[in-house]
Design a protein around this ligand. Structure first.
Ligand SMILES: Cc1ncc(COP(=O)(O)O)c(C=O)c1O
Length: 450
């Protein structure tokens, strides 16, 4: 049992992310980590099945990262990076990123996390069109099931409605098209004799939305290459190339939210490269420091960088954070990227990802497993009440939470989306650990559903 007095103090003084009082009573008090494992107050060991929040990609307990932070804090813990100031780790990190990102992405603004990165992307997309004289190109089109963070505009771009109601009104000008969720995407009725594939039909929803709204009013389309938070939704292969074509046809910028998929999670450094396309703006966070220091950012293509470089003061890009390009965060990121390269961890994520997804597929025979899907070192198991109809269990049956509880009793911790169980461990995870994680999930599903 967790230390009750500490939890009482926690209840009295801490507001948690996605705060929900009953959940807080059961909180783990985490005290340590090593590789793919987490330890709690009582010395109990758990598989960190989601590598923190998909971010601790090099695993827990990497002293090189602590040393990099300590070195930088001793040298210079903080200095502003407002125009007119800069620092060596930020310069070196931006140069390094330009070598590993998409070829056309060579300029970077740094934030403290993913939502801030997306805010920067929305504002930069609008800025770009305004500088070009197209003052009305302001709308941002996102997708259902998309997750982009919880600041007001990022929440408005997020396509998971449970995040909205108690904080509305949402920011105007954010719309959603349907996600290309292969397991649940419903083809339009007109599709009977339509030669288009499901991926093309899903992408064409973007074109319909742009035409409906008016291309002169749309600044950008925003999407995660793989919708991870919603349960590792992998689009059909022909989806993203068509999205790129549609954006180009209508002068709409493409923002890739690679907050999770960036830095190797899919087995490629960045996920859109597997589809042979490049975004105009790309947001990142999480894996860049493996969570050892809060850092995120926005990368922009050369033509957007040229607009930001506009010398006219009245058109300055007036976006900023006190902690942008934090020297300690940038130093930790450099050390983290060094580990990823030196230990070949991006390739390892790809290889182990194939293993993880093969092992996870063995769970598909259970009568309530609707789909097992994944890409790279991520897998999701979607539980349904009825495989024929794909009907979900009523929320009051608490199937997802009960499976989550059962896995925790067996020593595994993750975050679920409803009845979808996500596994995305650190890139240092071993095959035998993957085997045990899948075994735990199988046993837990059987405990709850027979
Ligand atoms: C795809 C994606 N975008 C944005 C965010 C928001 O990042 P942050 O929580 O650092 O603000 C997340 C967080 O999980 C995410 O998964």
């Amino acid at each position: 049992m967790p230390d009750k007095s500490l939890l009482t103090t926690d209840r009295r003084h801490v507001v948690h992310s996605l705060h929900h009082a009953p959940t807080c009573d059961q909180a783990h008090i985490w005290t340590g980590g090593r590789g793919a494992m987490l330890y709690d107050e009582n010395g109990r060991e758990f598989f960190d099945a989601l590598a923190g929040l998909w971010n601790v990609v090099v695993g827990h307990g990497r002293s090189e990262l602590a040393a990099a932070a300590s070195r930088q804090m001793n040298a210079l813990a903080y200095a502003t990076c407002y125009a007119g100031s800069t620092n060596r780790p930020a310069i070196e990190l931006a140069e390094k990123l330009s070598a590993i990102f998409y070829p056309s992405i060579n300029r970077f603004f740094f934030t403290c996390g993913g939502a801030e990165a997306n805010e920067a992307a929305f504002k930069t997309a609008r800025f770009f069109w305004k500088v070009a004289g197209m003052l009305d190109k302001t709308k941002i089109i996102g997708r259902t099931w998309g997750y982009h963070g919880t600041t007001l505009a990022a929440m408005s771009a997020t396509g998971l409605p449970s995040y909205w109601p108690w904080f509305e009104p949402r920011v105007p000008g954010f719309l959603h098209i349907e996600s290309p969720y292969p397991y649940r995407f419903v083809l339009p009725i007109t599709a009977a004799n339509d030669p288009r594939t499901p991926g093309q039909l899903a992408a064409d929803l973007l074109e319909e939305a742009i035409v409906r709204e008016g291309p002169d009013s749309v600044a950008a389309f925003l999407g995660e290459p793989i919708q991870c938070v919603a349960g590792v939704i992998v689009p059909p292969d022909d989806y993203w190339p068509r999205i790129r074509e549609i954006c180009d046809r209508h002068n709409v910028l493409l923002i890739a939210d690679e907050v999770i998929t960036g830095f190797g999670r899919t087995g490629d450094w960045f996920a859109l490269s597997r589809y042979g396309i490049e975004p105009d703006l790309v947001t990142f966070a999480k894996g860049i420091t493996s969570g050892y220091f809060p850092l995120g950012g926005l990368g922009v293509s050369d033509r957007i960088a040229a607009a930001i470089d506009e010398p006219n003061t009245s058109r300055a890009w007036m976006h900023a954070h006190t902690y942008s390009a934090h020297p300690v965060g940038c130093a930790v990121a450099l050390a983290n990227l060094d580990i990823l390269e030196r230990e070949g961890l991006v390739e390892r994520a790809g290889e182990l990802g194939r293993y993880l997804n093969r092992q996870a597929a063995t769970l598909a025979s259970h009568k309530n497993v609707g789909e097992v899907r994944g890409l790279g070192l991520m897998t999701a198991v979607e539980i349904v009440a009825d495989r024929e109809t794909k009907a979900e269990f009523p929320p009051e049956e608490r199937i997802g939470p009960r499976i989550h509880e059962a896995t925790q009793r067996r020593g595994m911790f993750t975050r679920m989306r409803g009845d979808v169980y996500n596994i995305a461990p650190c890139y240092k995870v071993e095959e035998r650990q993957i085997d045990r994680m899948i075994e735990i999930l199988g046993e837990s599903i059987a405990e709850v559903l027979g």
